[in-house]
Structures are given as C-alpha cells and as structure tokens.
Design a binder for this molecule. Sequence first.
Ligand SMILES: C=C(N)C(=O)O
Length: 122
Amino acid sequence: MSKQIIFSEKAPAAIGPYSQAVLAGNTLYVSGQIALDLAPLGDIEAETKKIMENLGHILAEAGMDYTHVVKASIFLKSMDDFGTVNTVYGSFFIENPPARETVQVGKLPKDVNVEISVIAVK
Ligand SMILES: C=C(N)C(=O)O
C-alpha cells in the first residue's frame, strides 16, 4: 500500500509531530484542523468557515474535494456552538453529508473553539 504525505501551503502547518494529511492508497486521512490562520479567534462561525476552507485546500492537494469526504469528526469546546457549527459545516456538504461525530472536549490546542478532521476516499 502506498503512503504519501499531503501538504497544502494554503492551510496552517502542523503544530506538532503529525502531518496535515496522509494519503494511504485511495484514502486521505486529514488531521484535525484548527483555525490557526485566523485572528482574532473567538468567533465560532469564522473559525468553522476557515477550517472548512482549509480542509478544502488540503483535499485539493490530494486531488479531492468535499464530495470525497466520507467521515468527519468535530471537537467543540462548547456544545452550545453545535447549531452554529452545523450551519457553517452543512453549507459545505449540501447533499449526502459524510458520517460524523461531534463531541465536546475539555480543551483544544491553542485554545481554539473547534477542531475538525476528515477522512476522504477517491
Ligand atoms: C491540531 C492537531 N491536529 C493536533 O494537535 O493533533
């Protein structure tokens, strides 16, 4: 099985020992994205939009787009943001959205409010 590291300069570089994304065969595993390239943080709508756009850039590096995403994971600092995040996230997946889980976590890297990872298949 082939394994290729995928990197987009249009999305924030990793802030730890992980790759932005790894393509294994036809499957792309995208690391949890946080809106490091957004300042100031604090606007959950803007954070979510920036993350989704960055995910699009990373998918594009692997020759994919949102329609290839089969699974997503959303990590929220507060479940109170569930509705807002759903609205923004949903605007990127109009038809047949991916499988997904959403969980509230105690704390996220760099004190962001939301982190989203995806798995996509070509
Ligand atoms: C931001 C991350 N994906 C991480 O720290 O693993």
